[in-house]
Write a protein that binds this ligand. Structure first.
Ligand code: NOJ
Ligand code: NOJ
Length: 501
């Protein structure tokens, strides 16, 4: 069990520990069964390796998982489990994030067969998406595109027939962001462009994209459930991904000479951007997750949520754009999240793994969370949110390198002192310039801080690299859906941000 053993043992009696070990072994076996052997010797990460070495194996496993969790008709299951919890559905949000992460492999993939598989995966995803866009469901009919707000679908493409937190309007925006990325990639890669054309996909991409963008234009002001499917209102995460989908579309169409379309999307993006400013709460010093509360869970007293950080990561905003990974309000929110979770979970009392590597606090969705992965009791840390904090540190470092200078402000100071090895040397009003010692130190510290979140993830991952949805706040064992597809996607984008430094 390697480094996991010590931490897990600390609060457990031996019989309980034994039963937990059996339970976790069983969960691992289930996961492997449900994923048709995505896991084999070639994809098992080495448990005694350095973080770099561990990541090589973990990324290989993650790519294999994303591929295996796509069914033949293009549906992407959130996780292979059919019960406790039943995650055997296609969520528009999860699927778009998964496809975006798969593009990372397309970029670096050299094998012919891998490339062909990727293309077929994209083709199936597009056709499945088009099927869901063209049928009415419990979120509404085709007129006004209300049906696009449906959050999850049966794997045969029909809308979920039972009650659910609907609509959720982030999904179409995330899919639009994926499609624009794909179109841009195709422009740089003749092989990709001709592959898509041969499969007859060029038109399908444009049709699906156009519906998603229209939906965002039409419906962004409507009250919606949040990405955690719990609260109805206006959400920072949802608005930010909507804003950046329209902004990316505006830039794309203008560059193509389609000025009218470009202008329409630019107007929409500007309107959403104005609405985002309202989420900043100067008295609290962080961005609110939700405004205009209109129903659902009402106990998120702090309104402090990792969703805000996810918004900055899922949007690929330029260095100067508001609410990207180096925006002072995003960083301030991240600093508050780190403190809140450091104090919330018993496992966070341990700051080092068995080899002496620093491990950062495990991060949950929001401090008051009660979802335990199956039902409602008490919330735990999640892999994808812990990975998001890691990725944010890497991407903030990348932005700084590209910008060449950093001005410390009363708003971002707390974030930078939280990573710095000499926090007392930093003060609001200072400007650090590229090349100075202080600057170089800070970049090293940011990377180390990101690595500490990845080391935390590695600490609680299965010995075979498995990532579930959650892990226990008390003993670190995995919890909730085994092999959550989105966990693997989050691992891949974090690893890519790290490799980009
Ligand atoms: C299932 C949702 O997917 C999850 O996000 C939520 O926390 C629980 N239901 C509890 O409402
Ligand atoms: C629950 C999460 O809250 C939600 O964001 C996700 O879409 C579903 N699980 C499926 O993974």
């Amino acid at each position: 069990m390697g480094s996991n053993f010590q931490l897990r043992a600390f609060s457990l009696s031996l019989p309980l520990l034994m039963s937990c070990m059996l339970a976790s072994a069983a969960a691992g076996a289930d996961g492997a069964k449900g994923t048709n052997g995505a896991r084999d010797a070639s994809t098992s990460p080495q448990i005694n390796a350095s973080l770099d070495q561990w990541l090589v194996g973990e990324e290989r496993l993650a790519f294999a998982m994303l591929k295996t969790h796509q069914l033949e008709n293009g549906a992407i299951i959130a996780a292979p489990s059919h019960q406790q919890p039943d995650y055997y559905y296609h969520w528009t949000r999860d699927a778009a994030l998964v496809m975006t992460a798969r593009l990372l492999e397309l970029k670096s993939n050299s094998s012919q067969r891998g490339f062909k598989d990727q293309l077929l995966g994209i083709a199936a995803y597009l056709r499945f998406s088009q099927q869901t866009q063209n049928a009415a469901n419990r979120s509404g009919g085709l007129d006004g595109l209300f049906n696009l707000g449906e959050p999850k679908f049966l794997v045969d493409g029909r809308g979920y027939p039972d009650g659910w937190g609907r609509p959720q309007s982030d999904g179409p925006a995330l899919r639009a962001l994926f499609l624009i990325k794909l179109k841009k990639l195709a422009e740089q890669s003749p092989a990709l462009a001709s592959g898509l054309a041969e499969l007859g996909l060029a038109t399908v991409i444009d049709q699906v994209l156009s519906k998603d963008l229209q939906y965002v234009q039409l419906r962004w002001q409507d009250s919606t459930y949040d990405l955690w499917e719990e609260v109805r209102g206006s959400h920072f995460y949802t608005r930010l991904v909507q804003q950046s989908a329209l902004a990316a579309a505006a830039t794309y169409f203008q560059a193509k000479g389609q000025f009218q379309a470009g202008l329409n999307y630019a107007d929409g993006a500007a309107a959403i951007a104005r609405s985002l400013e309202r989420f900043w709460q100067p008295e609290r010093g962080y961005l609110a997750a939700t405004l205009d509360f209109a129903g659902g869970l009402d106990y998120k007293r702090l309104n402090l949520d990792t969703a805000v950080v996810l918004g900055a990561l899922h949007t690929d905003l330029g260095h100067a754009a508001p609410f990207g990974p180096s925006d002072e309000r995003i960083l301030a929110t991240a600093a508050h999240l780190k403190t809140a979770f450091a104090n919330a979970f018993a496992i966070n009392a341990t700051g080092f793994d068995a080899a002496g590597n620093a491990i950062a606090p495990a991060i949950g969705r929001y401090p008051e969370d009660r979802y335990d992965g199956i039902g409602v009791s008490i919330g735990h840390p999640w892999f994808l949110t812990t990975l998001a904090l890691g990725e944010l540190h890497y991407r903030a470092a990348h932005h700084l390198t590209a910008t060449g200078k950093l001005t410390l402000t009363p708003v971002n100071l707390g974030f930078f002192t939280s990573v710095s090895r000499s926090p007392s040397s930093l003060a609001a009003g200072q400007t650090l310039l590229a090349g100075s010692q202080a600057w170089r130190d800070l970049l090293v510290d940011l990377k180390a801080a990101g690595d500490a979140f990845l080391a935390r993830v590695r600490y609680h991952a299965g010995a075979d690299g498995a990532l579930s949805e959650q892990f226990s706040r008390d003993n670190g064992y995995m919890h909730g859906a085994p092999d959550l597809t989105w966990s693997y996607a989050a691992l891949l984008t974090a690893a890519a941000a790290r490799a980009n430094l």
